[in-house]
Design a protein around this ligand. Structure first.
Ligand code: SF4
Length: 200
């Protein structure tokens, strides 16, 4: 019997394989929900993801290079999506304040309206978490953040804006502390996408 995650005979007795398969199912639901919304407004999933990302992230992250890293796709894929969004009047490009040799992407009022219409696409997943106790949610969050950090450390996942890879994180006897905000970070405070993040 091969010890493959997808070999059902092996998988049944291996909880790690079952978790990987479960994560795959959840990512399929995420993609399906995104597609559903994308179809109704004539955009592709990556175009919607770009719009939502641009709506909530700082200027230094709103460019083709960063978006390619963020969504683990090639720069040409992002460039094509950005071109279409610009043609549809949903985004505009302007020289970046931090470096005027680069440009940054911003939403137009039409782009903002599309974000309002689509940004709740993942709510059905969140709704399913309502029945889980706070204690189990905390544990779930911690395990997921650790998994992301591990994937990041092993080079599988590009730079993540989590506390675990931030230069402001200080650890003392297992306690986490944010040197920027000058406060202890309890398990639930560990962020998965922090606007103040700076890589180590
Ligand atoms: S700046 Fe943000 S990511 Fe960095 S340690 Fe503080 S809370 Fe975490």
């Amino acid at each position: 019997m091969t010890e493959s995650i997808f070999n059902l005979a092996f998988q049944q007795d291996d909880v790690k394989s079952k978790i990987v398969v479960a994560l795959e199912r959840i990512s399929e639901v995420f993609r399906a929900l995104l597609w559903e919304h994308a179809k109704t407004i004539g955009l592709s999933p990556i175009q919607i993801q770009i719009l939502i990302f641009v709506a909530y992230h700082q200027e230094s992250l709103r460019n083709v290079s960063h978006l390619a890293k963020e969504f683990n796709v090639t720069k040409p894929t992002i460039s094509d999506a950005v071109r279409v969004l610009q043609k549809k009047g949903l985004i505009s490009k302007h020289p970046a304040v931090y470096d005027n040799r680069r440009y940054s992407i911003a939403l137009t009022p039409e782009g903002e309206a599309i974000v309002k219409e689509t940004e709740n696409f993942a709510e059905p997943i969140k709704k399913q978490l309502q029945s889980i106790s706070d204690e189990h949610l905390s544990l779930f969050h911690t395990q997921l953040v650790d998994l992301i950090a591990g994937l990041n450390r092993s080079g599988i996942l590009s730079e993540q804006r989590t506390c675990h890879s931030c230069r402001f994180l200080e650890k003392d006897k297992g306690e986490a502390f944010c040197k920027l905000m000058k406060k202890p970070l309890l398990a639930d405070d560990i962020r998965v996408d922090c606007p103040e993040f700076e890589a180590i």
